[in-house]
Ligand binder design. Structure first.
Ligand SMILES: Cc1cc2nc3c(=O)[nH]c(=O)nc-3n(C[C@H](O)[C@H](O)[C@H](O)COP(=O)(O)OP(=O)(O)OC[C@H]3O[C@@H](n4cnc5c(N)ncnc54)[C@H](O)[C@@H]3O)c2cc1C
Length: 405
């Protein structure tokens, strides 16, 4: 045990000195600049140098094997790296630049991919140079994903793909897509689906961005019109896409359970913000007792969520463990984040409904957008209700009552 912690201490020193040399201080506070949701993705100057430094060290995907562009670190070392990065205001832009690559497609390729697929696809994700999107949902297949109709026809040396996807995040700016397609329509719905990977840079793929209530266009309608996927880009076995696709969704949910804004960090705490807007009584407490109780309840939920995350990480003893429990954590993270947004708006009062104009601060305008976009949390990655179905069936062992087929 002593040896393990000594190793971790020496890794901490290594990480600290590497960051000292490689993280450009000019980037502190600028992580959101990598968060491109529409338009051209252009990373230059220090931002480019930082992406390249992380990529060549493999620390953009710290736990991936080195041979595929990762850092080969243990989960514990990756956590130490994260702590050291936070302490100097550094951040990892590679998951943002790779779209769905780092959190979803990459881990699924690591589990189901052939050696050739790992060699061809993982290094581009690990360096943040290749952005991926995910073609699952269709106009008539969201929660009931197994009803998807986009079909892939065997053309000998390639798959020809026709159909329409919807809500494809980042489709217009992505290089590659991981898509669920129907490869057999004569069997039960879930038994005729395959997972294919195809380049978005081809004439048979067309995207149409959808504008959201928050003003952004983070996702698209995606049309496949005789699009082509190579035979070597079938992930997993033919007609076993349901298994591969479900596994990817577990990785997606696991990535949506992490830190939450209520955890504090560098942002102003909710209680301080409340005192600033609503005022304090003579004892220095927030003057509105009802709001005080609701903020306290929220902070307890946030703390409980974070402790649960920490307990699960500790139980996994440093190994990556993505299970159906991700559904519990996704719903809990959603509750915490949405409650925080609601409380923030309420605290700000009239100032919390600003969209534009000089009478609102940047933070106030951002709050409205965060609140609106936060509504999506209980929909993407499988809706709140669908997670509850998974919990009831796969964790509690209750009988399936929905989505037969
Ligand atoms: C911001 C955002 C990004 C997204 N990105 C992507 C992406 O990149 N790629 C992609 O493929 N998809 C993406 N999606 C789509 C997302 O996966 C679907 O919206 C989601 O699965 C729900 O499907 P739906 O919209 O068709 O709603 P529906 O399935 O029509 O559901 C409507 C309502 O009915 C409820 N419901 C449905 N079935 C059941 C049931 N069996 N039991 C109880 N309640 C039920 C749902 O909970 C929901 O409230 C994204 C969505 C959002 C909001």
């Amino acid at each position: 045990m002593a040896k393990a912690s000594e190793n971790l201490d020496s890794f901490r020193s290594e990480a600290r000195s590497w960051l000292e040399t490689n993280f450009p201080r000019s980037l502190v506070g600028r992580a959101s600049e990598y968060m491109v949701v529409e338009g051209e993705v252009r990373i230059e100057g220090d931002a480019l140098a930082w992406r390249q430094a992380l990529a060549s060290k493999g620390w953009g995907t710290p736990t991936w094997p080195r041979e595929y562009g990762g850092g080969g670190l243990s989960q514990l070392e990756a956590r130490v790296l994260q702590e050291e990065m936070s302490s100097v205001g550094a951040f990892n832009p590679i998951p943002l630049l790779a779209g769905m690559g780092v959190t979803m497609v990459g881990p699924t390729i690591l589990e189901y991919g052939t050696e050739d697929q790992k060699q061809r696809h993982l290094p581009g994700i690990a360096s943040g140079e290749i952005r991926w999107c995910l073609g699952y949902s269709e106009p008539n297949a969201g929660s009931d994903l197994a009803s998807l109709q986009t079909r892939a026809e065997d053309k000998g040396d390639y798959w020809e793909i026709n159909g329409q996807k919807v809500w494809t995040s980042g489709a217009d700016i992505s290089d590659w897509c991981g898509a669920l397609v129907r490869t057999d329509s004569k069997v039960a719905k879930r038994d005729g689906i395959s997972f294919v990977m195809l380049t978005m840079k081809q004439p048979g793929v067309r995207t149409r961005p959808i504008r959201l209530i928050s003003g952004a266009s983070p996702f698209c309608e995606t049309y496949f019109d005789n699009a082509r996927a190579e035979k070597t880009d079938l992930l997993g076995k033919l007609n076993d896409g349901w298994t591969v696709g479900k596994r990817l969704l577990q990785h997606e949910r696991a990535s949506q359970t992490g830190g939450n804004p209520a955890a504090g960090g560098r942002a102003e705490s909710l209680q301080d913000m409340a005192k600033r807007y609503v005022g304090a009584d003579e004892a220095g407490r927030l003057s509105d007792p009802d709001l005080r109780i609701r903020i306290a309840n929220h902070l307890m939920s946030a703390k409980a969520h974070n402790l649960t995350l920490a307990r699960i990480a500790a139980e996994a003893r440093g190994k990556a463990s993505v299970t159906a429990a991700a559904s519990i954590l996704k719903n809990s993270a959603t509750n915490v984040a949405q409650t925080r947004s609601e409380l923030t708006l309420e605290i700000m009062g009239h100032q919390g409904v600003g969209w534009e104009g000089e009478e609102f601060t940047g933070q106030e305008k951002e709050t409205v957008k965060t609140w609106l976009f936060g509504k999506a949390m209980s929909i993407y990655g499988g809706s709140f209700e669908v997670q509850n179905n998974i919990i009831s069936k796969n964790i509690l062992g209750l009988p399936e009552t929905t989505q037969k087929g």
